[in-house]
Design a protein around this ligand. Structure first.
Ligand code: CDP
Length: 199
């Protein structure tokens, strides 16, 4: 199996609960890449409370270990602090360094292929219909499925509509629509694309 000895970035973007994390973790394991779930940074900033700009500037690894970061409420709160340009700016350098580390990295988020690492060797845009995404998140978190769908739609609207680094597919991203494929098929296709870029 090819494992890059050099700088090699896989940028994965897409809307809420599209399967980005699953694809990213599978690629990291398969090719021995570092993995950064950048959504966790925004979730942790919001969870710290207080001034979000100060929280982003002072973020430390332990802040990412909290066990309340995966809830629906934490996702909503993350998308509220993520519209603040100074919050985003405070998190750029860390993400860029991670992206270009020796040995390669996969990052998943909303702006990786467009803003954080436009020079990424592979860019994937993982998406699915809102109903399919809400169903998957509901299987993970439980609760009321209609409420999960409403949360996903509200977050998509905020992420797509913001002025600072809005969610968008990079012009050179490969789109994986996981409403018409299983997650296993999406992972297999992503592995094929990354494997081809490594030879
Ligand atoms: O896992 P899921 O796709 O539901 O969300 P996430 O990736 O953990 O991201 C949570 C929120 O953080 C998103 O709705 C965005 O508002 C924000 N985010 C962002 O603005 N930029 C990123 N690179 C990653 C996340």
């Amino acid at each position: 199996m090819a494992r890059p000895a050099r700088v090699f970035t896989v940028a994965i973007d897409g809307p809420a609960a599209a399967g980005k994390g699953t694809v990213a973790r599978a690629l990291a394991a398969r090719f021995g890449l570092g993995h950064l779930d950048t959504g966790l940074l925004y979730r942790a900033v919001a969870a710290k409370g207080g001034d979000p700009v100060a929280a982003a500037r002072d973020l430390v690894a332990a802040d990412l270990e909290r066990d309340d970061l995966r809830t629906l409420a934490a996702g909503q709160a993350a998308s509220r602090v993520a519209v603040i340009p100074q919050v985003r700016a405070a998190l750029v350098a860390f993400q860029r360094r991670f992206a270009r580390r020796e040995g390669g990295a996969v990052l998943d988020g909303r702006d990786i292929g467009t803003v954080i690492c436009p020079e990424a060797e592979v860019k994937l845009y993982v998406t699915a219909s809102p109903e399919v995404r809400a169903h998957r998140r509901w299987l993970e978190l439980g609760g009321d499925e209609a409420e999960v769908l409403a949360e996903v739609l509200a977050r998509d609207a905020r992420d797509i509509g913001r002025a600072a680094a809005p969610l968008a597919a990079a012009a050179d991203a490969v789109v994986l629509d996981t409403s018409v494929m299983t997650i296993d098929e999406a992972v297999a296709e992503a592995e094929r694309i990354v494997g081809a870029a490594l030879v």
